[in-house]
Ligand binder design. Structure first.
Ligand SMILES: *Cc1c(COP(=O)(O)O)cnc(C)c1O
Length: 365
């Protein structure tokens, strides 16, 4: 029996103890054939040679702390988006930047609103900040219901997350939708437009983030190097917004959390933007091919503007994911039990493996 003084152990805050575990995309097992990994919306391409070369050089400096303010990469990003460095804050992935935004702007008693289903980090980060998630169901065509979201704003609403394209369903927000939403939301509410999949968007009416910053003083954009820029493993993301709104976020950033190699890889990737956009264009072509094949096979697919497609199979979700995972090699996807399966667009042969295995699923009504 432990001593009496040991039975009274430190307790996490109730909001933390109640968190659902974050479910990462399936990774496969070491002993099986390498799986077709379509579960985490990553780029299928190997890093650019220029990025590898930059990283090899940067590796020689890792006995030193990185530039704490990440000033060079911040300035480079600012130039890229046509803003001032003071309007950009860089963090260890855009999920970390969002955590800092919520830390800076919310706390107990506050509400953070977002569509649902959307990015699964939103409710978790909201709870960690001590605030309450308010989740507004998507429309039947898997889009944000901005009318319902505007109507759900209360005096406690501090932050609204908009995800365009929406992960995991795919549709973007149009400029007209964003404009009417911004007009109906009080300016004391911070609106964060998460553009993680921006480079894959081909919808002509998509909301223009940087142009919208000029119009709305309570808007911030959230962007990442993890998807089209292929740096998911290095952790670099950023937010852009008015200087006065960005400064408190910067104050929350964990010191030195963006490593020197990560800063350099991000700069090198911006310098190679044309190459990376060409890669994104290949993914877009593959996405359109996969969507066309799905539609031809009778599937109903929401407008896919990211590097993924959404199959809303409801109660059959776990069964479909298991069927795809039972292929040889396994096709790993991201199931949201009871709702649907998100499938990342990979290399052509990977997408073919997915389509071929899907065609043999007996669960299709
Ligand atoms: C993948 C993703 C991110 C990026 O996360 P990082 O932390 O930058 O890797 C952000 N938002 C959404 C909606 C995503 O799907």
């Amino acid at each position: 029996m432990p001593d009496a003084h040991m039975t009274d152990l430190p307790a996490a805050r109730p909001a933390i103890a109640a968190l659902p575990p974050y479910v990462p995309g399936a990774r496969g097992t070491a002993d099986a054939a390498p799986p077709v990994k379509l579960s985490s919306n990553e780029s299928p391409d190997a890093p650019l040679p220029s990025v590898i070369e930059a990283l090899e050089g940067a590796a020689r400096g890792i006995n030193r702390y990185p530039d704490m303010g990440a000033s060079e990469v911040t300035a480079r990003i600012a130039r890229e988006v046509g803003r001032e460095p003071a309007e950009v804050v860089v963090g260890a992935g855009s999920v970390a930047v969002l955590a800092h935004i919520l830390q800076a702007y919310t706390g107990p008693g506050d509400e953070v609103m977002f569509a649902w289903r959307s990015f699964e980090a939103y409710p978790i980060l909201t709870r960690i900040a001590g605030a309450e998630p308010v989740m507004v169901p998507l429309t039947s065509d898997a889009r944000h219901d901005l009318g319902a979201m505007a109507a759900a704003v209360t005096s406690r609403t501090r932050v609204v997350m908009l995800c365009s394209p929406n992960n995991p369903t795919g549709p973007t927000l149009s400029q007209a939708e964003l404009d009417s939403f911004m007009a109906s939301v009080p300016s004391r509410v911070l609106v964060v437009l998460d553009e993680a999949y921006l480079e894959y968007v081909r919808a002509e009416d998509v909301a223009d983030g940087p142009a919208s910053l000029d119009r709305y003083p309570n808007l911030m954009l959230l962007r990442t190097f993890s998807k089209a820029y292929g740096l998911a493993g290095l952790r670099v993301g950023y937010a852009v917004g008015p200087e006065a709104l960005v400064a408190p976020v910067r104050a929350c950033v964990t010191p030195f959390s963006v490593s020197g190699p990560a800063q350099l890889a991000a700069i090198t990737s911006l310098d190679a933007r044309d190459e990376l956009e060409e890669r994104a264009a290949h993914i877009v072509a593959e996405r359109d091919r996969v969507v066309a094949a799905l539609l031809a096979a009778g599937w109903d697919v929401p407008d896919a503007q990211g590097n993924f497609v959404w199959l809303a199979v409801g109660d059959a979700t776990a069964d479909l994911a298991a069927h795809l995972g039972g292929a040889d090699p396994a096709v790993l996807v991201r199931p949201f039990v009871g709702e649907g399966v998100r499938v990342t667009i990979g290399a052509p042969a990977e997408n073919d493996a997915f389509l071929a295995r899907l065609a043999t699923w007996p669960g299709r009504a």
